[in-house]
Design a binder for this molecule. Sequence first.
Ligand code: GAP
Length: 458
Amino acid sequence: MANNTVTMDKLVALCKARGIVFPGSEIYGGMGNTWDYGPVGVEIKNNIKRAWWKRFVTESDNSYGVDAAILMNSRVWEASGHTTSFSDPKMDCKHCKTRHRADNLIEAHSKGTVNPDTMSDEEMQNYISEHHVCCPVCGNFDWTPIRTFNLMFETSRGVTDESQNKIYLRPETAQGEFVNFLNVQRTTRAKVPFGIAQIGKAFRNEITPGNFIFRTIEFEQMEHQWFCKEGTDGDYYKEFKQKAFDFLTDLGFKAEHLRFHDHDKLAHYAKEACDIQYLYPMGWQELNGIHNRTDYDLSRHQEYSGKTLTYVDPVNGEKFIPYVIEYSIGADRLMLAVLSEAYDEETLENGETRTVMHFHPAIAAYKAAILPLQKNLAPQAKELWGRLRKFFSVTYDEAGSIGKRYRRQDEIGTPYCVTVDFDSLENATYTVRDRDSMEQVRLTEGEIVAFLTKNCAF
Ligand code: GAP
């Protein structure tokens, strides 16, 4: 399954043809690194977010959700360090005027054998000179020196020029969780250790090599901060590494398509950090991150806000600033991994090829498609569709031969097709076809409800 047949070109073409992802602002010629989710794609992405929320909030003993504002007080970004140190090393090609990340140039030139994360700007500059790394667009060697650009998008508030204040579109959702530490603790009466989770948009002025939805300037993050006592942080870090991995394999990822990558170079606040990488069509790349952020975040917000964020243990009165284990994953980056993992091309007995997306049924846009065998069975099929829609996301299709309709559903990964035929009128049973095995069973409506409930759960 997947990865041997999938390429980025095939995925992009399928996504465009089947309403999964379209280029952003397409009728205006597009806008670089922006993508729009179509009718099928928005369902899949919502299901991914739902599965994550269920696992890390609803089913968690002591984790709570928030939905914080995208626009935050600018002091937040001073406290977090983003205004001073959230930047990429960039170089411009003086010949073709394109802009590139120095670390990406080194990674591509060395075919991944050199890790630029451990290099200073000067070392990167030297590497590029010594190895005569040319511009990947025009092939010339005519670079500006490395310059660092802050990745945050700036905007301003206020109605007159005098009252304008610089504010930022948040570059991560994490800070909305840290600034609500006291609010969540007070209103839920949560005791440390506990977690705060959030799903929401983040924005970064990234230069990207154009890997579809892998790295975009606007994206969604699913982040979970686990507040714990110093000394317990090492065990929780290990626990979240495992939880993050299990979430992916439970979604249907093959373990051999995932690997841990421990960071050699740690951020100044981090004690331990790793990524889980996935074998994307363009190679191994970061899918998510797990970081032991120590007490840095709450200490900094305490210092910058002047509010006490010290936790008082209700049992022994001990006071401390909690450590944080962060688990962070991009919803769009996970979507790309889900699409890559699910993609398959199968040769059928009759020699034809079918493209099929083997999504976990919980992730599929539609749990079932209702198909009348012939058009004159449409009224009965539509009635069944209307009844099943109350319980599940179900689609309906009456256009074309039954074979063509099966293929269309296979391409968007609908796990079951329910066909209404003439026997259905006689005995109120329907043919249910399995997407992966293509085997069929005959079930009553009640049995279909129980079957979908059981097989589409996450
Ligand atoms: N709060 C920590 C944080 O933001 P990060 O490693 O910068 O850490 C976490 O981002 C995750 O967010 C990444 O592992 C990735 O899944 C996703 N992500 C980051 N930048 C992205 C981008 N430009 N486009 C899509 N996803 C992105």
